[in-house]
Design a binder for this molecule. Structure first.
Ligand code: PBG
Ligand code: ZN
Length: 325
């Protein structure tokens, strides 16, 4: 027979032993729950391409925020659909827009909940691009003051963190300067530093009505084929003053998360985006996968790759499952 002394299976013999040697654990504290706020009152309408996620009026968003906090999830990220759109996206910094009103109302109702504002223009521009147009080109430098407006308005509304997702060069430095000038020295910046031009954003663009009316976002979001370039984006955003670095999407880019983890000692967030969510939901609804197992396994893989923070539409379900384990 074989002389087998080395038996890794010993460490898998019972759940108790497995739990003692488990390298990665998942907690509701790892999650951020994204919400979509809309104009109106008493609205909670399911988003067709994202089953389980709703368009929420401000009053109903407050209820969801309370539930999120009661489940031990420390943070929400607020996206919004505005009342009006124009060429420069000015409803993005209108203090009466749903996002600003939701931030203020949630801060008042659940002061400890960390509120993240998504800083971009695509939901607010008539053309659906993330910046100001010069002909058919998204102009970098004239977009920066607009992004400063958005970040300051969200800080004024009560946001704890602002998260620029536009991918303009220099926006982290510009936003940091604008926040500091207005005295918001303790409002943090979570930079979507490494954001790829991805097909996985499809359901979100339906949900947020933010699809570009012409062309695509490849002139500002990153090429999915590039990994070294991601390191350049990370280095620049840290130099510009980012507090948290994000990689987005998550699942198809865990090699990037690992590279970033090995490179920097800053907190890393991943965005488990709408397309990743929709695929799991669709397969689960067909009975093809075990939703709970797949979700917890997937979220664990993101932490194992090196993420500290996971922005996920599964947050509420996952927090409930983790509480029952
Ligand atoms: C806006 C923005 C997008 C997402 C977050 N912020 C879409 C995009 O860049 O087109 C995607 C989130 C998701 O798919 O869940 N810039
Ligand atoms: Zn955008």
């Amino acid at each position: 027979m074989f002389d087998l002394k080395l038996r890794p299976r010993r460490m898998r013999i019972s759940e108790e032993i497995r739990s003692m040697v488990r390298e990665t654990t998942l907690s509701p504290k790892d999650f951020v729950y994204p919400i979509f706020v809309v104009p109106g009152e008493n609205i909670s309408e399911e988003i067709p391409s994202m089953p389980g996620c709703n368009h929420l009026s401000v009053d109903r968003a407050v209820e969801v925020a309370k539930e999120v906090f009661s489940l031990g999830i420390p943070s929400i990220e607020v996206f919004g659909l505005p009342e009006y759109k124009d060429e420069i996206g000015s409803s993005a910094w209108d203090m009466t827009s749903p996002v600003q009103r939701a931030i203020t109302a949630i801060k008042k109702a659940v002061p400890e909940l960390v509120i993240i504002g998504d800083v971009c223009l695509c939901q607010y521009t008539s053309h659906g691009h993330c910046g100001k147009l010069k002909d058919h080109y998204v102009d970098n430098d004239t977009t920066l003051p607009l992004l400063q407006n958005v970040a300051v308005s969200q800080a004024e509304a009560g946001a704890d963190i602002v998260a620029p997702s536009d991918m303009m060069d220099g926006r982290v430095a510009a936003i940091r300067e604008a926040l500091d000038d207005r005295g918001f020295i303790n409002v943090s910046i979570m930079s979507y530093a490494v954001k790829y031009a991805s097909g996985y954003y499809g359901p979100f663009r339906d949900a947020a009505d933010s699809a570009p009316q012409f062309g695509d976002r490849k002139q500002y979001q990153m090429d999915p084929a590039n990994s070294r370039e991601a390191m350049k984006e990370v280095d620049l955003d840290i130099a510009e003053g980012a507090d948290i670095i994000m990689v987005k999407p998550a699942l198809a880019y865990l090699d990037i998360v690992r590279r970033v983890r090995e490179r920097i000692d800053y907190p890393i967030a991943v965005y488990n985006v709408s397309g990743e969510y929709a695929m799991v939901k669709a397969a689960a609804q067909n009975g093809w996968i075990d939703e709970k197992r797949i979700v917890l396994e997937t979220l664990t893989s993101m932490k194992r790759a090196g993420a500290d923070i996971i922005i996920t539409y599964h947050a509420i379900d996952a927090a409930k499952w983790l509480a029952r384990q």
